[in-house]
Write a protein that binds this ligand. Structure first.
Ligand SMILES: N[C@@H](CCC(=O)N[C@@H](CS)C(=O)NCC(=O)O)C(=O)O
Length: 208
């Protein structure tokens, strides 16, 4: 298996975290997205028509993009994937929530701020931070009476949500306002083979 990856990407970090926790060997292929390497004709044709990482290339050559689809594919049948059909639907519920209310909100705000793109879109940044606060508040309410998002155990729903929620500070949101989210982050970080991420963006991602 090969993972087309970028160290600063929370979406790619999700996949690396699960692969480590599954103890699955794989080859990591660095794609310099800041230099446009995910937008070449070859990458678009053979890896991801949307021009983004992560992409997991399976041993038969199939390319699977979309971080949460990759988590789902890798986790099926493992302890990170609940057995009950309704719990599986709840995992999907939170992964869709992550892709609509967390990743394009906190992920984009973090990217703009850390790479100097915030100055040119102050109004849109403020709007996303506002939505990000509401999303974290919803997560906090859910976690006030639970240790994890689904089935009272650590699943790929937690992996997906953790990737950008725990770096909300990079998006100028203080997690002190969300104590149940903070306690959950500590529980995620105490899971076996957890490691810190995502990394900083490469220097060439910055605008001056
Ligand atoms: N929904 C996708 C989003 C992927 C995404 O936005 N990837 C970013 C890095 S976090 C990327 O590759 N950007 C490069 C580009 O758009 O050219 C997922 O969850 O995998």
């Amino acid at each position: 298996m090969r993972l087309f990856d970028y160290a600063g990407s929370g979406n790619a970090y999700k996949v690396r975290l699960l692969l480590a926790q599954l103890e699955q060997p794989y080859e990591r292929v660095h794609v310099d997205i800041a230099a446009g390497a995910s937008r070449t004709a070859d990458f678009l044709a053979t890896k991801n028509l949307a021009g983004r990482v992560p992409v997991l290339e399976l041993d038969d050559g199939t390319a699977l993009p979309e971080s949460n689809a990759i988590l789902w594919h890798l986790a099926r049948g493992s302890r990170f994937f609940p057995e009950a059909p309704l719990d599986q639907s709840k995992v999907l519920q939170w992964m869709f929530f992550e892709q609509s209310e967390i990743e394009p909100i906190l992920g984009s705000a973090r990217y703009w701020i850390l790479t100097g793109r915030d100055r040119e879109r102050a109004d849109e940044l403020a709007r996303r931070i506002e939505i990000g606060r509401a999303s974290l508040a919803a997560m906090n309410r859910h976690l006030e009476s639970r240790a994890f998002f689904v089935a009272e155990r650590y699943t790929i729903a937690d992996v997906a949500l953790y990737a950008y929620a725990h770096v909300a500070g990079d998006a100028r949101i203080d997690l002190a306002a969300y104590p149940a989210v903070r306690a959950w982050i500590a529980r995620v970080e105490s899971q076996p083979r957890w490691f810190a991420g995502p990394d900083a963006y490469g220097a060439n991602a910055r605008v001056t």
